[in-house]
Design a binder for this molecule. Structure first.
Ligand code: ATP
Length: 361
């Protein structure tokens, strides 16, 4: 079997970190004599506005429909022309169009990386298609209205169907991991929306009696994560809470630049670092590509599980192992206290991968 993978570079630091990840992925794939992964580049974001007058062109959607999965760089929709700013942003558009309902965001302490919290190995299951991000909630329109110049209304949507499927995904992962799920919500105040989220997760929990379940309010959870991040295994929560908590969790283990994520349903998956396009450091060749690299690893692992193809598992393992070896050499980008540029880090990574591969032969 062979695979078709889309490559969407995005805005800001997107091209820098996607190029880095692609060089590393292609080097890892070169361990196999027969090529079995083909890549197709698709325009997105500012590049697509330039070429197609729209950040997510129909041709990109059509190309992605044929892909097994794809790699998406971050976007900087705040910089788009006003008329386009009002629409759903590119990653929201892709999650919505392809119904990528689960956003899986792991955070793990890595040896050699200085961090606020230690002993962390958790994964956040963020519901990706509704909740408090209003643009995800509408068939048409943005889900927000200005009643007067001084009054805004913003929708939150919670459906049993969407909550049920993210809860099952979270509990299934907990069974494979350390067997604990933390439901994060605010049902004491947002009684109907967040209440439905909590109740539905608790109902799903009954199908997994071997999993320990707890629930924590979102505000308390921010404190608990800082105080005792090492105690959490799987966290399940709605869209916006998950976005915020995963940035916090990413920074707690070293840097937001290290934080990976995967968006998926049963059929397709999109690798996308948890961080944004970091316009403050774009074009400076100092971005940390680790979040994007590890997102690519998540995509390979997802494809391995779906298609039971050992080559993809080997590719993911080689990249992960190499990352550990690279960090042991104290090679790090600026956000982690190192001096390597994005390019230097990538080249050192590839050199380390070649050394690791030779040793393994
Ligand atoms: P978005 O809303 O698109 O998620 P954001 O406003 O949350 O974006 P980010 O773009 O994620 O913000 O950036 C937050 C901070 O983290 C910035 O200071 C940025 O420079 C830093 N940062 C993000 N990604 C990286 C990275 N890969 N390497 C180094 N620093 C990063």
């Amino acid at each position: 079997m062979s695979y078709l993978i889309g490559v969407l570079k995005g805005d800001g630091i997107g091209p820098e970190i996607v190029n880095s990840s692609m060089r590393i992925l292609k080097t890892a794939l070169s361990q196999f004599n027969e090529p079995f992964v083909e890549f197709v580049e698709c325009p997105i974001g500012a590049e697509a506005i330039h070429s197609h007058q729209f950040p997510v062109p129909a041709s990109t959607i059509a190309a992605l429909k044929k892909c097994h999965g794809w790699i998406l760089g971050p976007h900087d929709s705040a910089s788009y022309p006003d008329l386009l700013k009002e629409r759903r942003n590119p990653s929201g558009e892709l999650r919505h169009t392809f119904d990528l309902f689960a956003n899986i965001r792991p955070s793990q302490s890595l040896p050699g990386v200085k961090s606020v919290a230690s002993g962390v190995d958790l994964v956040i299951f963020r519901e990706n298609t509704e909740g408090f991000y209003p643009d995800r909630n509408m068939y048409q329109g943005t889900g927000e209205w200005m009643i007067t110049p001084d009054v805004a209304i913003s929708t939150g949507v919670f459906t049993k169907k969407a909550i049920t499927r993210i809860a099952h995904a979270a509990f299934q992962r907990a069974v494979e991991r350390r067997g604990k799920v933390t439901i994060v919500h605010k049902a004491n105040v947002i009684k109907l929306g967040s209440g439905l989220f909590l109740r539905t997760c608790q109902e799903v929990a009954k199908a997994y009696p071997q999993v320990e379940v707890e629930d924590i309010h979102i505000d308390a959870m921010a404190a608990h994560l800082v105080r005792r991040a090492g105690d959490f295994d799987v966290i399940v929560t709605e869209n916006m809470f998950g976005d915020i908590l995963s940035d916090l969790a990413g920074e707690l283990v070293g840097s937001l630049g290290m934080a990976p994520s995967l968006n998926c349903n049963e059929n397709q998956a999109m690798a996308q670092a948890a961080h944004g396009s970091a316009p403050d450091i774009a074009g400076q060749n100092i971005a940390n590509p680790m979040g994007m690299i590890l997102s690519t690893v998540m995509l390979c692992n997802w494809l391995h599980v779906k298609y039971q193809d050992e080559r993809l598992k080997q590719t993911a393992s080689l990249i992960e192992h190499t990352l550990g070896e690279t960090l042991k050499k104290n090679l790090k980008t600026k956000d982690l206290g190192g001096n390597e540029t994005t390019t230097q880090f990538t080249e050192a990574f590839i050199q380390t991968m070649n050394e690791v591969s030779i040793k393994g032969r």
